[in-house]
Design a protein around this ligand. Structure first.
Ligand SMILES: NC(=O)C1=CN([C@@H]2O[C@H](COP(=O)(O)OP(=O)(O)OC[C@H]3O[C@@H](n4cnc5c(N)ncnc54)[C@H](O)[C@@H]3O)[C@@H](O)[C@H]2O)C=CC1
Ligand SMILES: O=C(CO)COP(=O)(O)O
Length: 355
């Protein structure tokens, strides 16, 4: 670990590490690029041989990141076993719907003690499992971490200044990820609250959809701030009731990611909300996006879970009614505005009024 104020070093003077990135979409490409630029050998796994060949020969992933050249020692492959076998550390950027299947099918390829870090911001439908829980179940021989934060893939790929969070119980995992990824445009902060960091990343997608809707309706800055802040209250209420640490939501993975995605049309979840706010059907909005918007699945799961546990989540309920119940947006807004007025920060002043 570098001493306080000692500059990060990358390039010729640093040892080259073999790393694997699983998932050839936007975020896998962005992370592969950071690792490649930091001088590491990147075994970059994707399903599609045509895509692998394109990256091998041109450095470009034209479907997901057409304007960016992924430079460095990048070795695209469709052989997951060999990618994982050669790597000291594996980063997984596969959408939540396919996450378990890919890991399970290849579980025997992950050696004892290998570090495996999830980059995925979603929840598994069956049993409300987070990706770190899936890793724990499918490859218990590995050491697990979660990377989450305000990390819009395109900005990272364009070397725009970015910070993220590595959450892991094992300090060696945290240090390793900081060492491998940190550079002049990418900073990695550490946390031990895996569940909180991971839940924050998944939950904020819901509020990015809400914010996209608000933007399409030309809501003012006060309204946008209200939505983001009440979103934060709601997601931290939910996560804390499931065992997360509320303070995690003060950090990059909580409020940081919420700000990035709720204020930017670069967020795919925001874009889905915006399209629905303009009158598009959800299915059409998702089809036009052509990339994953995890929030639409997370919304259904969180609504169901919140109801089971009796957790008050009016924005989740309202968005669900709009996306899946065809409720008029104006009626939902009116119901939210006219509901019982309550505590601002419930960790200071508990909510007292029954809904
Ligand atoms: N794009 C971003 O800015 C960020 C994305 N994430 C998270 O990373 C995860 C992946 O997202 P993106 O790369 O952005 O999605 P994407 O939509 O850009 O790409 C998805 C990739 O997953 C692959 N894939 C889908 N099903 C698969 C399967 N069964 N087996 C193997 N590969 C499969 C697709 O072929 C594609 O390469 C998501 O959970 C997302 O929330 C996290 C931080 C930032
Ligand atoms: O999680 C993200 C940025 O931190 C990406 O958000 P979207 O999936 O909405 O694009």
């Amino acid at each position: 670990m570098p001493e306080q104020n000692e500059p990060l070093k990358h390039g010729a003077e640093e040892p080259v590490h073999d790393v694997a990135v699983l998932g050839g979409g936007s975020f896998g490409s962005a992370l592969a690029k950071v690792l490649g630029e930091n001088g590491h050998r990147v075994h970059f796994w994707m399903r599609d041989e045509v895509q692998a060949e394109e990256i091998r020969t041109t450095g470009i992933n034209s479907r997901y990141m057409p304007d960016v050249v992924i430079e460095g020692d990048i070795l695209p492959t469709t052989d997951l076993g060999s990618a994982v076998n050669k790597a000291e550390i594996v980063f997984v950027a596969i959408p939540s719907k396919a996450f378990r299947a890919v890991i399970k099918e290849n579980s025997g390829n992950f050696p004892q003690g290998q570090i495996v870090v999830s980059l995925t911001k979603g929840i598994e439908a069956n049993g409300f499992k987070l990706m770190s829980e899936i890793l724990q179940e499918e490859i218990p021989q590995c050491r697990i971490g979660v990377l989450s934060g305000p990390n819009l893939a395109n900005e990272i790929a364009n070397r725009e200044l970015t910070a993220t969070v590595i959450a892991a119980k094992d300090p060696q995992v945290r240090n390793k990820v900081q060492d491998l990824l940190g550079c002049e445009y990418f900073r990695v902060y550490a946390n031990v609250d895996i569940y909180g960091v991971e839940l924050a990343g998944a939950l904020k997608n819901i509020y990015a959809i809400v914010s996209g809707l608000a933007s399409a309706l030309n809501m003012g800055e006060n309204a946008k701030a209200m939505l983001i802040t009440r979103g934060l209250a709601e997601m931290s209420r939910f996560a804390v009731s499931l065992g997360a640490n509320p303070m995690t939501f003060m950090g990059l993975a909580g409020v940081g990611d919420l700000i990035a995605t709720c204020t930017s049309s670069k967020s795919r979840n925001f874009r889905v909300g915006h399209a629905v706010g303009q009158g598009k059907k959800l299915d059409d909005a998702v089809a036009e996006l052509g990339q994953v918007a995890e929030g639409i699945y997370t919304l259904e799961l969180v609504k169901e879970r919140a109801e089971e546990l009796g957790i008050y989540m009016p924005l989740v309920r309202g968005l669900f009614e709009i996306l899946y119940g065809d409720a008029p947006i104006s009626a939902v807004i009116n119901k939210l505005m006219m509901s019982v007025q309550n505590s601002d920060v419930e960790f200071i002043l508990p909510r007292t009024v029954a809904e």
